[in-house]
Design a protein. Structure first.
Length: 292
């Protein structure tokens, strides 16, 4: 116990204490500068319920939560399965599997800021890579102002989130598949199981814990999404709030408007939203395990 005391003290000072301060500040009208904060109770949370921009941010985060983890996990599972079991015999990986792992993992070596800037250039409507390719192959009608159209902007940001994260989860799932005994797949092949049946009945059930971990982490990313939106979008958060997320609302409220108490209330709401999501995801997996 004595050996853990220093680590526990540091944890309380640098982790628990900031959370406690945020909870307290969410009940005040502190402006970030004044030495005194007036206690306002739950007024900040009542304002949140009627804040149309913050409610739009919640809707956008929920849409990201619904689509982004599912897309990232699905693509990661597909790529991992192809790398490990995509060979002609159904038991080995595709040729050059290690090369593909390196290529798909490469975005993990880039910071979020660099990813956002690079894709910002790619989405440029005039000289960006995406519209340039579309025009080069004769699909001029598909060229768009990707980050300036309300119906496309959030999905454009979501595509970048999937692209930047899929490599990591491909490697995670690939390592998990590599740990499944080959005898199981050989028995399935002898019984005449198709590739889809083998994946659905063997690979996916044995990777359930890995998928659950991936879903929880990706869900937390989807409930944040601040950095990409801040750097990539017009406004940021535009156009017309189409890409507004809770983290961006919190940042703007605190550092542009000087309403740190109100911003802390947003942070507390985001904290409990993330906590509820994680508990529901973990509880759901536990219930499925008990039924199995």
């Amino acid at each position: 116990m004595g050996a853990l005391a220093p680590a526990l003290v540091l944890h309380v000072i640098f982790v628990v204490s900031p959370y406690a301060q945020a909870f307290y500040l969410s009940l005040t009208d502190w402006n970030g500068v004044a030495g005194k904060a007036n206690f306002v109770g739950f007024d900040n949370f009542e304002r949140l319920a009627g804040d149309s921009l913050f409610l739009d941010a919640i809707k956008n985060n929920l849409l990201l939560l619904l689509l982004m983890p599912a897309a990232t996990i699905a693509i990661g599972l597909f790529l991992a399965t192809m790398i490990q079991r995509g060979g002609s015999d159904g038991r080995s990986g595709v040729r050059g599997a290690r090369f593909y792992e390196i290529v798909f993992f490469f975005p993990q070596l880039l910071s979020v800021a660099i990813v956002a800037v690079l894709w910002g250039f790619a989405y440029n409507p005039n000289n960006g890579l995406i519209n340039g390719v579309l025009r080069a192959i004769g699909l001029d009608g598909l060229a768009r102002s990707w980050l300036a159209e309300p119906s496309l902007a959030l999905f454009a940001v979501m595509a970048v989130m999937v692209w930047s994260g899929v490599g990591f989860y491909m490697v995670l799932f690939s390592a998990a598949i590599d740990g499944i005994p080959r005898e199981i797949y050989e028995a399935a092949l002898i019984d005449g199981a198709s590739g889809w049946t083998t994946f659905w009945r063997i690979t996916l059930p044995l990777l359930r814990d890995n998928v659950q971990v991936a879903f929880v982490y990706l869900g937390m990313v989807a409930l944040d999404a601040f950095a990409l939106v801040q750097i990539m979008t017009v406004g940021p958060g535009g156009p017309d709030g189409a890409t507004e997320v809770m983290g961006l609302s919190l940042y703007r409220t605190a550092f542009e408007y000087g309403k740190f108490g109100y911003a802390s209330a947003m942070g507390v709401a985001l904290f409990f939203g993330t906590l509820v999501f994680a508990l529901v995801a973990l509880r759901g997996n536990k219930n499925r395990t008990e039924l199995a």
